[in-house]
Design a protein around this ligand. Structure first.
Ligand code: LLP
Length: 439
């Protein structure tokens, strides 16, 4: 049974505490719904990925780029910088947050399948470490920006190795029907290699792949690495030198439910090393520098959402059984993952012990939509009442970052908690914020 809570969550007399602060105190001081971020847990996970990369790859350890899309704000960008790891951004907005935090540009990697010219120019201007190129158009656009700034821009090519992986399953095929990257199998990747080599203002450092998200087994990563490495071999055979870098992306799965065994850095990195080493031996290549891009695995487990229950309703099912609909004061505007991906979560009553028997329940939000479901099926004590606090763990990744203002619901704040102290690092949106856009 995996632990779904961050390391500084504990339960005393049935009440959830984060770093010693009770759920009732957190709710009183910051309101609900709110995201609570366990700062030490986040920092420890960032460090653990960095350490494991170095331990496994030694002098061939590249960079751990934290994937900002999972969750970013200025304060978190500072923690990432302090942890000594890099940052993967995929829009001008994410880059702006990084720069506002004073993030060292040379440790920023820029992604995106449709970076605008303005975004490319800004990235080159501020001196980002590497741009991951995703289309032939982009080769010209990045080269032009680099020329304009008198630079030689380091780039990687994003490749599609013909593998898609999610949670427990993966499929490996020759071709793929996706918007990202250059397909290896169709020859598009090689065409991109040749096109980059035509550009004196671009320095091709190597290849990148990202095969999916919330992956709980390692085999697909090894196949992807092998396909990238075979292209490194072709490059060496053709041009007589080896490209120095590989970036194998993110996607490492976490525990949303106690039954999900997470992919830990101490398991992932030794396995990646073995896969890379064995493929390099096959193609008679030197070991490249290897980078990775975990997002969810760093921030996902570090946050939980605290809601207040507003109403409950017993609904009779066709089977004759009943279901308790528990409505909370947020929903699909702060967690779209349940409706969008059928993602599963668990929850606890956070403010008290309940001795009541459990019954079939569904945790739903306050939005005007039937699909507004936070947890489709969960057994919760039958005595949940309005005013109870409900905590949902592992909402740090793609929760606040995918939040919306649907139904003009203000987005929740993110409260960082460390050493018994809590502070807002991203404040709650207000109605004034929402009205501020009306012209
Ligand atoms: N690198 C690249 C190029 C990516 O596209 C992604 C995620 C990551 C790294 C980080 O992946 P992670 O380690 O966080 O799994 N909204 C979805 C996930 C979309 C992920 C998109 N790319 C969700 O809520 O599950």
């Amino acid at each position: 049974m995996a632990n779904v809570w961050s390391s500084n969550v504990s339960f005393k007399d049935g009440e959830l505490h984060l770093s010693g602060i009770s759920a009732r105190t957190l709710a009183r001081d910051f309101g609900t719904p709110s995201f609570f971020l366990d700062e030490n847990d986040f920092r420890d996970r960032a460090t653990a990925w960095r350490t494991a990369l170095t331990d496994s790859f030694g002098e061939n350890a590249g960079t751990v780029y934290y994937a900002a899309k999972a969750f970013i704000c200025v304060e978190v960008a500072r923690w990432v910088a302090e942890s000594g790891i890099g940052l993967d951004v995929c829009t001008g907005g994410e880059l702006a947050v990084a720069l506002a935090a004073g993030f060292p540009p040379e440790k920023i990697e820029v992604h995106g399948n449709n970076k605008s010219v303005v975004e490319i120019e800004r990235a080159v201007e501020v001196g980002v470490g590497v741009i991951v190129i995703d289309s032939l158009f982009e080769i010209d656009r990045v080269a032009q920006a680099a020329r304009a700034h008198g630079r030689r821009q380091r780039v990687l090519l994003r490749l599609t190795p013909g593998i898609e992986a999610h949670t427990h399953e993966f499929i490996a095929t020759a071709h793929e029907d996706v918007k990202f990257g250059f397909s290896i199998a169709s020859g598009a990747a090689w065409q991109a290699v040749l096109a980059v080599r035509e550009q004196p203002n671009l320095e091709l450092r190597g290849f990148h792949s990202h095969i999916g998200s919330q992956i709980l087994t390692m085999d697909a990563f090894g196949i992807a690495a092998d396909r990238l490495i075979s292209l490194l071999g072709k490059y060496r055979d053709e041009f007589g030198q080896q490209l120095p870098e590989l970036d194998l992306g993110g996607g490492y799965g976490i525990s949303y439910l106690p039954s999900d065994e997470p992919l830990l850095p101490t398991v992932v990195l030794p396995a990646l090393f073995d896969a890379v080493q064995s493929s390099c031996a096959t193609y008679d290549l030197d070991l490249p520098r290897v980078s990775i891009e975990p997002g969810r695995a760093i921030v996902g487990p570090a946050m939980f959402t605290l809601y207040e229950v507003g109403t409950t309703k017993e609904v009779a099912l066709e089977s004759g059984a009943t279901r308790n609909y528990i409505s909370v004061d947020g929903g699909m505007s702060d967690n779209i993952r349940s409706s969008l991906y059928d993602a599963e979560y668990t929850a606890v009553i956070a403010n008290r012990v309940s001795d009541s028997a459990v019954t079939a329940a569904r945790v739903v939000g306050k939005h005007c939509e039937t699909g507004d479901i936070v947890i489709r099926d969960i057994a919760l004590p039958a005595d949940v009442v309005p005013g109870d606090l409900l905590a949902v763990p592992a909402t740090g990744a793609y929760g606040r970052s995918m939040a919306s203002n649907y139904n003009h619901v203000p987005r929740p704040p993110v409260i960082a908690v460390i050493n018994g102290k809590a502070r807002a690092i991203l404040r709650r949106e207000t109605e004034a914020d929402l009205l501020g856009l009306d012209v």
